[in-house]
Design a protein around this ligand. Sequence first.
Ligand code: GDD
Ligand code: MG
Length: 338
Amino acid sequence: MKALFLAGGRGTRLKPLTDRLPKPMVPIMGKPLLERNMLKLKDCGIDEIVLSTCYKPQSIEEYFGDGSRHGLKMHYASEDIPLGTGGAIKNTESFFEDTFLIFNSDILSDIDYREMLRFHKTKSAAVTIAVTSVDNPSMYGVIEYDQQGYAVSFKEKPQPQEITSNCINAGVYVFEPEVLKEIPSGTVVSVEREVFPMLLHKGYKIAVYKGCSYWMDIGTPEKYLQVHTDILAGKCKIPEIDFSSQGVYHGQNASIHGTAKVLGPVYMGDNVEIGAYASIGPGTVIGSNTRIDMGSRVVGSVVWDNVTVGSGAALYNTIVVSDCHVEKNDTYYNTVAI
Ligand code: GDD
Ligand code: MG
């Protein structure tokens, strides 16, 4: 079986994290989000992946190459101009002859894809959409469904008065290839606003799958921080570390001064240096090759790779992007340092 990742969006709401990186490449504890999602698929036995790219495609292609480093077979379909989610799916039509999976690339969830595929078959659906519940659906696609679990209406980014349900499109689909012929080619098309309503209108069955207990769209810096808080709290599981039983994780060659305090949950990558009297955590991620100097304080923050934090600096609920230098004695609250 093959899977398609829609990875061409500009990630505007995630700026400035996406100034130098496309959204799917933002790091989640040492690995790009896209890599985490692809490895999860591989664990389900799906190892052939099509990546639909547009914004900064070279950084994705350079990282994954032909996929062999990850034990995957990768294909790329890059757009010169963004075709929209539906247009991007249509643009990859030639890769798919059989049932396949589609993913938005900015999601982290515990959806069991094998289970979702089984569900899709039992519903004899043309498309199955994973759904989840959120408190405020206005930034998402609201889906209404009937008692048999088939979608009856779609409302993308509804106005407050249009919100009829908290059930939203979770950005994971199973598609039968026959529906691809219904999408117009060579033009900008939205799968959410145009293709799904059109398929319903034509009588195709679209099933909804309610199988996730953890779900997050990493669409804004606040949500990016929240995902890390959730992983560190053990609410969102990642394969290498179980934070519900372990408070502090560090990679290779950590150098933590004897007078420094590390209060878990904390994740540190490789070659991290923590200076004297520095205080790290709780709820903090320090990327590889990053140095936190004497007396600095880092709380509730995510610091990427190759960063130096000068002595006496303080970071609270802050994201620091790679290669950044935080000046000594600077203080940052609830922000992104670039
Ligand atoms: N190739 C390509 N071309 N990919 C695209 C394009 C495009 O023109 N536009 C968006 N994408 C990719 C993005 O990179 C992302 O992975 C995915 O399609 C969804 O785009 P977003 O920009 O993240 O959409 P959204 O978050 O506003 O809404 C979507 O996701 C929600 C769940 O997080 C919709 O599918 C909503 O219905 C859904 O609830
Ligand atoms: Mg999104």
